[in-house]
Structure formats: C-alpha cells, structure tokens
Write a protein that binds this ligand. Structure first.
Ligand SMILES: [Zn+2]
Length: 473
C-alpha cells in the first residue's frame, strides 16, 4: 500500500515541475523548489477543493456543509485532505473535517465564498520573511502563488499567513493562537538587537500606514502625506516585510493626481502595477485595473481636486540619475546641507575652478585667450581657488596656498603695494583666496606659482567660498 505522504509527493510532483512536497526541518512537510524559480514566476494556480461561505455560520452548519463536500471527493483527494494537519480536538469525523478546514483553509473572495481548501497551496508553510505570495485571483477564480524574489533550487517556498507585517512578539502570538506553532523563521530567529531593529522598522511602517490612511480618508492629499508614503516605501525596501507596498504606491498615485500631477501619478500607478504583477500575476484584477489607470491617470475621480502640482502625464524629466529621479518623484524637500553640497559640486566644476596644474601659462595660450586688436581677451571665465596654508613677507607678500588637488601653490604679490594693501586680518590660515583668471608663472627663486598684479582680480574669503559664491568675484 502506498503511504499518504508518497501519494502527495507523486501528486505534487506531477502537478508542477517547480516544487515538490518534502520534509522540512522543524516543520514537517513543506513545498521545496526543485529548480531555480525566478522572481515573479507563478508557482501554482489552483481551484479550491472544498469551500465555506463568506458569511458566518454555526459550527453545526459548517460541519454538515464540509462533510457533504468531503463525501463527494474521490478516494485520492479524500486521503490528501485527511492527511492535512489539524490543530483542533475532535470527537467525530465531522469535527475533524472542520478542524482540518480551520487549520488549513485559505481565503477566497468570490460569489459569497469565504474560504477554501487547496491541496497544494495549503501545504506551503509560513515564514515572516516569506519568499512567495499567496493570492486569490478573482478573475481566474484560482488561488495563485508567485515568487516574490528569486528562489533557489532546494529552498523551501514560504508564504505569509498573517495580514500586514508586525513586530516579532505580535507575529509570534498571532501564529501560535491561530495556527498553533511557534515561528522559528530567519526573521524570528534574529539576535535580540537585530530583531529590535527590524521591529522598530515594522512598527514605523504600521504607524505610517495609520498616518497615510488618516490623511487620505480626510481628503488631505498633501506633501506631508506623500512624505509618509515615501518613507514607507523606503522602509519596505530596507528589509523583509514588504506587504502593502503596492497599496502605498497607489496612495501616492492618489495624492499626486488629487493635486493635478499626472506625471507622478502615472509613475506611481505603474510602480503599483509592477509590484502586483510580481506578486499576483498579469491576469490579476489589480494589474488589469491599475494598468488602465496608469495609461490614463486623469480617469481617477480625484483628479483636479487641486491643480497645485499640475503636470501633464509625460512631463517626466529624462536626464536625472536614479537618486535625483526619486527626489523629483517624491517631491523631496532638499535639506539645506544637501543644497550646499550640490553647490559645492557645481563650484568644483574644473572648467571654471581649475587646479593650479590646469591653469594657462600665459595669455598666448589659445585654449584660454583670443587676440582681439592686439590685446588678449579671456575666452571664458575661470577662477583659481586656494586655501591659505602659510604666509611670509620679504620683498613682497607671498602666500602658500593649497589648491583643489591638495598641491602647494605659492602666490606672489606684485601689486603696487606688494601685498601691503591686504589687511593682516585677511591673511589667515584656512581662509580661501580666489584669483580671477589666475595663470601659472615661474619665478627666479622657488617653485612655479601665481603672479598677482591687479588687486581687482583677487579676493579673500573668510569662509569657504564653495558655499558662498558671492565672495568669489
Ligand atoms: Zn517568523
């Protein structure tokens, strides 16, 4: 006689080439990938074998309803059903059926049906950092499971039994109460300090969901609300627990469109669709419905509530790097420091602020000057910047500067006053000197440097001129 477990193995193996029912350490049986499964793959698609109605009924009614369905199963199906785990005590066969249903049933939301037994999907174990997503597909009336990430051959396929992600204590309590096991998944087995970090993140996600929900319900589609959605997506991307990600993109879609911003609305809708496509498949209601919204974001009834952020649907910048694109998309307010750094980066532009080594040697350098009626005129503007490292006055004032390449550059004052025009308080170590149209010169003694003749062409900044460009000229 064939053992039930062997029967199941054969059944599952025959049903798909992607997984098999195998023993899983500490969990009994589970579905294990028998080949590499790429992210987004539909691992299974299954009709329910036994169903219960959506509306609450008495236990007696349910027992009768389930027993009637079990009686119609063939022997093979019945054995598979009976081999499923039962957490509930029972005194009769009907009790046992109900217990099996309660332990293993998955939600079904179709035509008044509330739950179902699936011979294969119900065999998938839980993990809090699940690699697959279960879903009832209303369009095809089947339960589907998709790979949320690449699953390697030999890895167990896991789904998340609970609703939204929550902290370890809450998850473990719910799993123990509802499913009768203490979860020992990777996430639940983290050392305390790491687990606390994850919990902090998950709690903040919870809190953000509340804040977004509160704002959207109150028709407040503000920049603040978009900021919450932005933070939630970033937290989701930081680690395990990404349920609700598509929903957050959809919230962002609404916020953008309610403000007349069709460009961002379209992108957010496209992102929601991509998350759902991976988790639910292209034939799911969510993908079909929101793909249509992504194609025509102005369809959303909220469109035009305000036109404060008005854009057209294709008003999307094309030349931004990925980080800047995200800043644009989420309308991130740049902190002051960041703005300064960017200015710094601009001012570091080597064409405008060359290092000493890149300066022209003389006015006859035609890369830098052109001859107009016998005089040389600069072809463009540039400015040499150096930080004062030292100063000395012998025949004239000489400053030792450090340039952008960290090279020492002597600056000799050949002005009328030979440097005496400079207030001593300006000659401070760490101050920055800007020499407009500086050139490289050689001197009778010492290293090549800059010969400074026209007081108009030099300024000394008491603070970093990179941050205060007004000091430069
Ligand atoms: Zn867990």
């Amino acid at each position: 006689m064939m053992l039930v477990s062997q029967l199941i193995d054969t059944r599952v193996m025959k049903g798909s080439s992607l997984y098999a029912l195998r023993n899983v350490s500490g969990k009994g049986k589970g579905l294990v990938a028998i080949e590499d499964i790429p992210k987004g793959t539909r691992i299974l698609s299954e009709q329910p074998l036994i169903t219960t109605p959506e509306r609450q009924r008495t236990n007696e009614w349910l027992k009768k309803h389930i027993s009637q369905q079990v009686d119609t199963l063939n022997e093979h199906q019945r054995q598979l059903f009976l081999s499923m785990h039962n957490l509930y005590p029972y005194q009769s066969v009907a009790d046992k059926y109900l217990g099996i249903f309660r332990t293993n049933g998955l939600p079904v939301e179709a035509n008044g049906v509330g739950g179902g037994i699936f011979l294969e999907a119900c065999r998938i174990n839980h993990a809090c950092d699940n690699n697959a997503q279960k879903h009832w597909n209303q369009y095809i009336k089947r339960h589907t499971v998709h790979a949320l990430r690449d699953i390697a051959k030999g890895e167990e396929i896991t789904i998340y039994y609970l609703g939204l992600d929550s902290s370890r204590t809450i998850r473990q309590k719910k799993l123990l109460d509802k499913f009768g096991f203490l979860c020992s998944c990777r996430l639940c087995s983290l050392p305390t300090n790491q687990s606390q970090e994850t919990d902090k993140r998950l709690n903040r996600i919870d809190q953000l969901d509340d804040l977004i929900g509160r704002d959207c319900r109150g028709w407040s589609f503000s920049l603040r609300t978009l900021g919450y959605a932005d933070e939630r997506v970033r937290l989701c991307n930081e680690g395990p627990g990404n349920s609700g990600m598509a929903r957050t993109y959809l919230d962002a879609t609404q916020i953008a469109i309610a403000n007349g911003d069709l460009a961002r609305g379209r992108i957010f809708a496209e992102r929601a669709v991509e998350v759902w496509r991976t988790a639910y498949g292209s034939d799911s209601e969510e993908v079909v419905k929101y793909s249509s919204l992504a194609r025509n974001p102005a369809e959303l009834p909220l469109y035009g509530l305000s036109m404060e952020w008005k854009t057209s649907s294709d008003d999307v910048p094309q030349d931004l790097d990925p980080n800047d694109f995200e800043d644009w998309l989420w309308r991130r307010q740049k902190p002051k420091k960041r703005a300064q750094l960017e200015q710094f980066a601009n001012l570091r532009n080597r064409a405008i602020f060359p290092s000493f080594a890149a300066l022209p040697r003389s006015k006859s350098d035609l890369d830098w000057y052109e001859e107009v009626d016998g005089t040389y005129q600069a072809l463009r503007h540039w400015c040499f910047l150096g930080e004062i490292a030292n100063s000395i006055t012998l025949h004239h004032l000489e400053l030792e500067l450090t340039d952008i390449d960290d090279k020492k550059v002597p600056l000799h004052f050949y002005t009328e006053g030979l440097g005496k025009e400079m207030a001593p308080a300006r000659i401070q170590k760490g101050y920055t000197v800007a020499v407009r149209h500086g050139k490289r010169s050689v001197f009778m003694y010492g290293d090549p440097g800059i010969r400074h003749e026209d007081p108009e062409m030099l300024k000394v900044g008491t603070s970093n001129p990179y941050c205060e460009p007004s000091l430069v000229y």
